[in-house]
Each structure stands twice: as structure tokens, then as C-alpha cells.
Design a protein around this ligand. Structure first.
Ligand SMILES: [Cu+2]
Length: 203
């Protein structure tokens, strides 16, 4: 199941953002964007979409651990990308083997901090939609989540301002005038560009 997060947002789903500061949502909240596995709750998982023409994206989430034992995020998979790299600390060079999940705390993956780098994106990631992913925790095991695909400059999950900027830049402003020219298909604009080392194709 893939969720169109954009529509949820427009239909008052802004309550989803309530936990952006890292607090736990009240349990039983039907619209909460969270996934439970053992003592862990993965909240507001999101993906920062690649810039046009780029093929890497970033994965972020809040991971709450109510247990007495630590765990580790050691795997992230989805059909739309190839390999992943874990970066436990944005200030450190190079990837780590995983991201430590401290007991009795919330581990935050966010811009400027820990993140998972998604490499070799194989298919277009449509901003505003969801991406089904499987997270693997060392002890808790696997959990399937639906991450919200956010604009490349989104600062946090469900960033409506970044979404609006992205839609405007991509000619997808649904509030725009009727009869506007159709939006160019994203990532389709470089078919006639020269390939490095090859003669430019005739136009
Ligand atoms: Cu969310």
C-alpha cells in the first residue's frame, strides 16, 4: 500500500506533524504515522527526494525505544533504490555499520544529524507520495513502513512549505490557472544532453 501523504496533509493531516519535536503521539491515534515493532516505534519516516538529475536520497525518522536494551538499525530496503549507507553522525566522514538505537530514548534521524543515504535510485520518487520500505533492526527484526517522500529541501517530515515550493518549481501547483501548459516529466529533460566521452547527438 502506498499512501499519498500530500492529500492527507491537505485534508487536515497536519496533526501528523504534531510530533515533529520528537514526543510520542498519544497511543490509539488512528492517523499517527508510526510503526511498532517490539519495544520500538518508528515515527514519521520520510525520504528527502533527490534533486532533479541526482540519484541519491536521504532517509530520516524518529525511532523511540521504550525497552531496557539497545538495538541497531542495520538494514533499509526498497525496490526503488540500490544500496544504502548509514551515517550515525553527520560530522563524521564515511558510513557506519548501522545506527545505534539507545534504550529508553528517542533516536532522531534528521537533516544535520544521523541519516541513511539511499543510493542508486532506480525509479522516480514522486514528492508527496509514499515509499514502502523495510527496516531491519538487529534485535527487533524487520518492519515494513511507508515513508513520506518529501521535497529535496524539506527540513522535516510533512514539510508543507517545501512541498509547495517543489510543486511550484515543477509546475504542479493545482491551484494554478486552468489551461496551463502541462508539466514537463521530471528527469526526462536530459535525453539530448551529450554523454561524457561521446559525441553530442544530432538534434
Ligand atoms: Cu509522518
Amino acid at each position: 500500500m502506498t499512501i499519498k501523504w500530500r492529500d492527507l496533509l491537505l485534508s487536515g493531516g497536519a496533526l501528523l506533524c504534531g510530533a515533529a519535536a520528537g514526543g510520542l503521539l498519544p497511543s490509539g491515534s488512528a492517523r499517527a504515522h508510526e510503526y511498532e515493532i517490539g519495544k520500538l516505534i518508528v515515527e514519521h519516516p520520510w525520504v528527502r527526494a533527490p534533486l532533479d538529475g541526482d540519484n541519491k536520497a536521504y532517509f530520516y525518522a524518529f525511532i523511540h525505544n521504550s525497552g531496557e536494551a539497545g538495538d541497531g538499525l542495520i538494514g533499509v530496503k526498497a525496490e526503488k533504490f540500490g544500496k544504502v549507507e548509514f551515517h550515525a553522525d553527520a560530522r563524521e566522514e564515511g558510513p557506519s555499520k548501522g545506527i545505534a538505537i539507545t534504550p529508553k530514548q528517542t533516536t532522531t534521524l534528521a537533516p544535520g544529524g544521523a541519516f541513511v543515504l539511499l543510493l542508486d535510485i532506480k525509479k522516480h520518487l514522486e514528492v508527496g507520495w509514499g515509499l514502502e520500505m523495510t527496516l531491519t533492526f538487529e534485535k527487533a527484526g524487520d518492519v515494513v513502513i511507508d515513508a513520506a517522500i518529501e521535497a529535496p529541501d524539506a527540513a522535516h517530515a510533512h514539510d508543507a512549505d517545501a512541498q509547495a515550493r517543489w510543486e511550484k518549481a515543477h509546475n504542479k501547483d493545482t491551484a494554478g490557472p486552468a489551461g496551463a501548459p502541462p508539466a514537463p516529466a521530471p528527469h526526462d529533460h536530459d535525453h539530448h544532453d551529450a554523454i561524457p566521452g561521446m559525441p553530442a547527438p544530432a538534434k
